[in-house]
Design a protein around this ligand. Structure first.
Ligand SMILES: [Zn+2]
Length: 155
């Protein structure tokens, strides 16, 4: 009798959809009284839920995603082509300016003429990374404008 009360306590404390602990499952298997009581409670909870006007859809993900698509919200902020061009020109200009700048002369004086080689490599790398990012983010744009055969493979 005391065990039945304990098991029913466990059952009543379960969250919606939570599985019954093994101890309670075993008790339910051998105790008809608890089994009937649990089924009765479960049925009445289902009835309440079915009649509730506040019942949310089982899966709201689809509704939310459809709403998002229809709202026309763009995913992530897109950098305009003009901004990209500006950034590229500034970087390219920076490479030329740096070659003739005072600080570069100072670096050359300090480290010797060979400083030009690593500096050039670093600057070239930055430009390469810039180009890769640009192409990566403008793949659709490039695909539309240029008919490159290797870009059509995935289509
Ligand atoms: Zn029982």
């Amino acid at each position: 009798m005391k065990n039945c009360e304990k098991i029913m306590g466990i059952f009543l404390e379960l969250d919606n959809g939570e599985a019954l602990p093994p101890r309670a499952v075993i008790h339910r298997m051998f105790c008809g009284r608890c089994r009937t009581e649990m089924r009765r409670l479960k049925d009445s909870i289902s009835d309440i839920r079915a009649g509730s006007p506040f019942e949310p859809a089982d899966d709201i993900t689809e509704t939310v995603m459809t709403g998002l698509m229809q709202s026309g919200a763009s995913h992530g902020k897109r950098v305009s082509n003009l901004n990209w061009l500006g950034a590229g020109l500034i970087m390219l200009g920076g490479v030329f300016i740096l070659s003739f700048s005072e600080s570069f002369k100072w670096l050359s004086a300090f480290y010797g003429k060979h400083i030009e080689i690593p500096v050039s490599i670093v600057l070239s790398l930055i430009l390469c990374i810039y180009a890769v990012i640009f192409i990566g983010t403008h793949l659709d744009f490039i695909k539309e404008r240029i008919n490159l055969p290797f870009l059509k493979i995935n289509r």
